[in-house]
Each structure stands twice: as C-alpha cells, then as structure tokens.
Design a protein around this ligand. Structure first.
Ligand code: FDA
Length: 310
C-alpha cells in the first residue's frame, strides 16, 4: 500500500532521541548525510547554494526550516527570523522567494497570532518584492490554511500563494476555489501520512489525480507550479502544454534541493522555468525524515555516511 514507508518515517520523525542523534551527526563532518537535502544550517550556506543554483539558470525558493511550534515565543522567534532574513537576502542579491509553514508561525497555538505573524512577514516582504508561498501541511490544516490565505488575499496581499496536494480527494474542489480567486497554486503529490478517509491509497491514483489537476491548472489557473520529480508526469505536462501551444512561461516546474538535479538541469536547458526549493536551518529533522519516507532507498546513503565517519 502507498504510504507504508511514510507512516514508519513519520513515526520516527517524532522520536526525540533519534532527532538528537541525527542533529549531532547529520550535518557535521564531510560525510554529513543531511546535506544531501538541506542546504545547511545557516543563511550563509543557503545563500551560497542559491548563488550556485542561479548560476545554473535555476530559480529558487528558500525555506527557513521549522514546524509544529508549541509556544507563541517560538512562533514569534521564527517570524522575527523571517523578517531579519529579508534584509540578508536583499543584501545578498539572490532571488526573493520564501516558502513558509503556518505551524512554524503558531497556527497550533493561536490562529489570530499566526495570521498576524504571516502578515508581518508579508508586509516587509512585499516592500522588497518577495513572493511568499504557504506550504501545505497535514490535511487537518488545509481548511484553516486556505481560510487564512483567503483573508489575506481579500486584504490585497497578492505576493502570496499556496500549495495543494493531489493525494487528497478534496483538492479538485480546492483547485477550483483558488483558480476562481486567480491565486497561484503549487501542485504537489503530498508528503504526509493521511487517513484513507481523505486521501487516495494507491500511488497510481495519486499520479492520475496529479495529472488531472495539473491540466486544470494549466488551462484555468494562474501561473501554476508543477512540483514533482516524476518524469512521466513531467513529460505528460510538457506534451499537454505543447499541444495547446502554451508559452513556456505560463507555468513553472519545481523540485526539491538535492533531488533529480539532472532533471532540473535538462528542463532548464530546454527553456522551462525550474524553481528549486532550498531548505536550510537547524530544524531539519522532520523535513529530512519526509524525504526518507518518500524513498526508503535513501536510508542507504545515511548508513554509508555513518559507517564512513566511524
Ligand atoms: P514520486 O514520489 O512518485 O517520485 C518520483 C521520482 O522522484 C522518484 O522515482 C525518484 O526518482 C524521485 N524522488 C522523489 N522523492 C525522492 C526522494 N525523497 N529522494 C530521492 N529521490 C526522490 N508536500 C506537501 O505535502 N506539502 C508541500 O507544501 C510540499 N511542497 C513541495 C515543494 C516542492 C518544490 C516539491 C518538489 C515538493 C513538495 N512537497 C510538498 C513534497 C511532495 O508532496 C512529494 O512528497 C515529493 O515531491 C515526492 O513526490 P514526487 O512528486 O517527486 O513523486
């Protein structure tokens, strides 16, 4: 069944012992296994990665890692850090684009404060020409996330978009809801372990839903982001866009840092807009575990790196 590995890695991602061990070894030393997917723990390392990607003709979005905060202090600290990063990024001269999680801004603690935090980031980000994408988290957050998005959209914050997950039944409706607003959607398959009541159980169903929704976004959406490393889906999207003579800048592909760099490069070389999602920061453990859950074979390189370090 699709999602078995996700469930195991999701459970492990909540282990504080494992997190402590991984945090000690994952980023340290030349063989650091987390660096495969994480740009580094500091903004300086992320800027260096961003510059390299831009020199290769790729676009980027930066994710200052953090999620599921439990206190308002943590949420304020993350918000303050995003605000501070705006100045650093402007000074560095790299592309101005963030991906942000609402559980990092305190949605679990107090929804109104979370909205205020996001608004604080958007205010400053907007003044400096940043684009902000709200990542989509577990299905229990979707309605709240879309309502917050719609509130801010109604307040004329237009430097803002959302991600939607093809693995969920509700997403067909959500795509229409966003298309009617004229909002930009990033379409992903969905990285969270979801109950069968809300999500497709088989990979083939998720892939079919992704392609259906991608076509709908290409036809009726606003500059959609097709975020996948799935070669078959990417080929089908390219064919669909070509048949309709859609301009190459009508949409963009997006991929995660460290995954299918060959595909990122070949799409960019073919003239497509390709944005790389670049996560950085000390709170990399849950993000890293989701990447392992998507492809358990990744455990091989973790084990090899640890053995080499001994
Ligand atoms: P699929 O899992 O079928 O993989 C297709 C191929 O890609 C694999 O055969 C393999 O070659 C490669 N691949 C995929 N994952 C890999 C991995 N971890 N390691 C190595 N190779 C891998 N999810 C979410 O729920 N909310 C969100 O906001 C986002 N945001 C987001 C932004 C961007 C830019 C991307 C690309 C993805 C996300 N995701 C996400 C994650 C998404 O939901 C999904 O889990 C991953 O993209 C993996 O699915 P694929 O579409 O790549 O397909």
């Amino acid at each position: 069944m699709y999602g078995g590995a996700k469930a195991v890695f999701y459970a492990l991602s909540r282990s504080t012992v494992l997190k402590r061990l991984a945090s000690r070894y994952g980023m340290a030393g030349g063989e650091s296994f987390a660096r495969r997917f994480i740009a580094g723990e500091t903004i300086d390392t992320a800027v260096a990665v961003a510059r390299r990607l831009e020199s290769e003709g790729l676009l980027l979005t930066l994710d200052y890692l953090g999620e599921s905060v439990k206190t308002l202090e943590e949420a304020q600290a993350a918000t303050g850090e995003y605000v501070r990063l705006i100045d650093v990024i402007v000074a560095a001269g790299i592309e101005r684009n963030f991906s942000i999680k609402l559980t990092q801004l305190g949605i679990d603690v107090d929804r109104a404060t979370c909205v205020d935090n996001l608004r604080r980031i958007l205010e400053r980000a907007g003044r400096h020409g940043f684009y902000v994408r709200i990542d989509m988290e577990h299905s229990r957050y979707i309605e709240m996330t879309l309502e917050i998005f719609e509130t801010l959209w109604a307040q004329e914050y237009r430097n803002l978009g959302v991600a939607l997950q093809a693995s969920l039944y509700r997403t067909a409706t959500d795509v229409r809801r966003m298309n009617e607003l004229g909002a930009r959607v990033r379409l992903v398959k969905g990285a969270y372990k979801e109950p069968p009541a809300v999500a497709y159980r088989h990979k083939a169903e998720v892939d079919a839903a992704f392609l259906r929704l991608a076509r709908e976004l290409l036809d009726s959406g606003t500059y959609p982001a097709i975020a996948t490393h799935d070669e078959r889906i990417i080929a089908a999207v390219r064919a669909y866009a070509a048949e309709r003579a859609f301009a190459l800048d009508r949409f963009e592909f997006q991929m995660l840092y460290g995954i299918r760099r060959d595909l990122q490069a070949s799409l960019a070389a073919a003239g497509y807009r390709v944005r790389v999602y670049v996560p950085f920061g000390r709170e990399w453990f849950p993000y890293f575990m989701r990447r392992l859950g998507e492809r358990p074979a990744n455990l091989g390189f973790v084990v090899r790196a640890i053995l080499r370090e001994r």
